[in-house]
Design a protein around this ligand. Structure first.
Ligand code: ATP
Ligand code: MG
Length: 579
């Protein structure tokens, strides 16, 4: 399993009292495997990543309270540009593991193992460090005492780095998970570089490649089985989500304790090149409608139209391909919903994050290895109707739950969801066919379909991938919809055409309102959103989605005053409003 060349422990054989050698079998994820060295040619940028935030607080406290200086080296990132191929690359450089570091590391692992076997309480890492320092002066663990504080030697710091990384992180993927600039990490099996989506450089390869014979570090002549490592990392990540993956059940997804999402396949059951894995970062702070306006994903007037439509209790669906930004868009729009409306959300993985107080968030759970009853989206949807919600949000419709959602909308509830589809035509086709099976005459109950895409956009001379809400349609019947908003790729701009908003107009008429007044109201809301979008104090705030919500509430109570306040905090004093 593990290919080991020179790590042995000596044990006495019982029969003949001869000393025999036995290889130490470490779980493969515990090896201090480092990324291969790489010649870096033209460096575009470089920075360090701190992996300490993946370490449990108890462990950090244990060290600090025992006067052990908690300083570990940071992995270093180089972003390089290969001009011949025209590609950027993410090169991870971790602290070097030479023979001394490796042997000290193994000594530590043995001690930790003994310590964990001898007692049931948590890991006392500080005790192990202090004891080993006493027992093994040759390892030079503590370099000096600075007052009360024990300062670790450089080698000991490197050892601690790998101990923390491998016990609490994900071995060679840890630095990527800790890098806040990375949106997602994809491992597509063996021998392919691990790819990441970087906030500044988009999809780029890294210097990490899982391979059968993987060198532990450039300085050591030891190899491990990289396929085993990848399998074990998949198992570990999924066990952290509370789910399991196996040869019998080789496709799984779930959510890590920090909110990141994981999807994986196991071994060669469904993928030719071995286990595959995608980790998607849960954004630290929800992306708000103001962020979407500022990044050009949507325009302020389209956002204002959606806000007004939500007030008119129109049902709404966000469509696009995988990772297009459907859920993010829906979240941003839901955060505009009137505070007086009662929202119940139903999801497989809790992704909806809104600052709405009258909100019940329900999520499904699988049956855990035969114990515990499975709670499906259907179960929750049926339950939710008893909560008498004004708005039912289903995170994503994929199966029978679509039928129940449409049924709920038909009995007067508001509805919002996402669906995997390329455009409105294909979304409607998907709705009417297996396994969703929505009857033709129910289709117009979904009033608005928004399409979001990730597309190449020119920013100056450079082509970059950006997210754009490319179309908003109001649904009149299964074969008739009206384009209310669209995006023009040539000018990278949006058009809102309220005259096409047939469904909204019906609602307005039913409510005894006048279309021209509504147009003015939507314009005023667009101005309000534009002003807020230029207010640094709001968009840069840690909890910006809560602030956005508070302004939405202010506006719903006293629009003129809210507008004045927005004017006051905005950086743009004079704002043009398009009609
Ligand atoms: N407009 C945006 N600007 C920046 N990042 C975005 C934007 N929209 C989405 N993202 C990021 O892209 C990732 C995928 O977004 P999201 O989950 O909304 O996509 P999705 O279409 O719902 O994906 P899925 O197909 O998995 O349901 C997330 O990490 C999210 O934070
Ligand atoms: Mg989604």
């Amino acid at each position: 399993m593990v290919i080991m060349k020179n790590i042995f422990k000596f044990i006495k054989s019982k029969d003949n009292n001869k000393t025999i050698q036995e290889a130490i079998e470490l779980p493969v994820t515990l090896y201090p495997i480092t990324s291969p060295l790489e010649e870096v040619t033209s460096i575009i940028s470089d920075y360090e990543v701190n992996i300490l935030n993946i370490v449990p607080v108890e462990i950090k406290d244990n060290l600090i309270q025992n006067n052990i200086e908690l300083v570990i080296p940071n992995p270093h990132i180089f972003i390089t540009f290969e001009s011949e191929k025209g590609i950027y690359k993410y090169v991870l450089l971790e602290p070097p593991v030479n023979n001394v570091v490796f042997n000290t590391y193994i000594t530590f692992i043995n001690e930790i193992e003994r310590e964990l076997l001898s007692k049931t309480a948590g890991l006392d890492l500080a005790k192990i460090i202090l004891e080993l320092n006493r027992k093994r002066p040759d390892l030079k663990i503590i370099q000096e005492k600075r007052g009360e504080v024990n300062v670790l030697s450089t080698n000991a710091r490197i050892v601690l780095y790998y101990l923390l990384r491998n016990m609490f992180g994900y071995n060679i993927l840890t630095a990527l998970v800790a890098d806040k600039d990375i949106e997602d990490i994809s491992v597509s099996g063996m021998y392919n570089p691990v790819y990441i989506y970087h906030r500044s450089y988009e999809y780029i390869p890294t210097n990490i490649v899982f391979q059968k014979n993987m060198k532990i570090s450039p300085q050591l002549n030891l190899t491990i089985d990289g396929e085993e490592l990848l399998d074990q990392l998949v198992l570990r990540l999924l066990s952290l989500t509370g789910k399991s993956i196996s040869v019998a059940d080789p496709i799984q997804d779930g959510m890590l304790p920090n909110g990141d999402r994981v999807a994986a396949t196991f071994r060669r059951e469904v993928s030719a090149s071995g286990s595959t894995l995608v980790i998607r970062r849960f954004p630290e702070k929800p992306i708000t409608i103001l962020d979407l306006i500022n990044s050009g994903t949507i325009s302020a007037d389209i956002a204002a139209y959606l806000w007004y439509a939500m007030d008119m209790r129109m049902s709404i669906m966000s469509i696009g391909v995988t990772g297009a930004g459907k859920t993010t868009l829906l979240n941003a729009v839901l955060n505009l919903v009137k505070e007086s409306m009662k929202i119940v959300s139903i999801e497989d993985i809790p992704e909806i994050r809104i600052a709405h107080s009258n909100w019940t968030q329900l999520y499904a759970r699988p049956a855990y290895a035969g114990v515990g009853k499975e709670i499906s989206l259907m179960d929750l949807l049926k339950l939710s109707l008893r909560y008498r919600p004004d708005l039912i949000v289903v995170g994503e419709i994929r199966g029978q739950e679509a039928y129940v959602l449409f049924q709920a909308i038909s009995t007067g509830h508001g509805g919002a969801t996402t669906l995997h589809a390329y455009n409105t035509d294909s979304a409607i086709k998907r709705l009417m066919n297996e396994p969703l099976n929505i009857p033709q005459e129910w289709i117009p109950m979904m009033n608005i379909i928004m399409t979001i895409r990730r597309l190449p956009v020119y920013i100056g001379e450079r082509i970059v991938l950006r997210r754009r809400v490319v179309a908003i349609d109001e649904i009149i019947s299964w074969n008739d919809y009206r384009r209310v908003a669209s995006w023009d790729p040539k000018s990278d701009s949006f058009t809102l055409n309220l005259d096409a908003a047939r469904v909204l107009r019906n609602r307005i008429e039913e409510a005894g309102l006048n279309l021209d007044d509504v147009k003015k109201e939507i314009e005023r809301r667009a101005l309000f959103l534009k002003l807020l979008a230029s207010a640094r104090d709001i968009i840069q705030h840690e909890e910006s989605y809560k602030l956005v919500k508070s302004y939405i509430i202010k506006y719903s109570l006293k629009p003129e005053e809210a507008l004045k306040e927005a004017q006051a905090i905005s950086r743009t004093k004079i704002v043009e409003v398009k009609g």
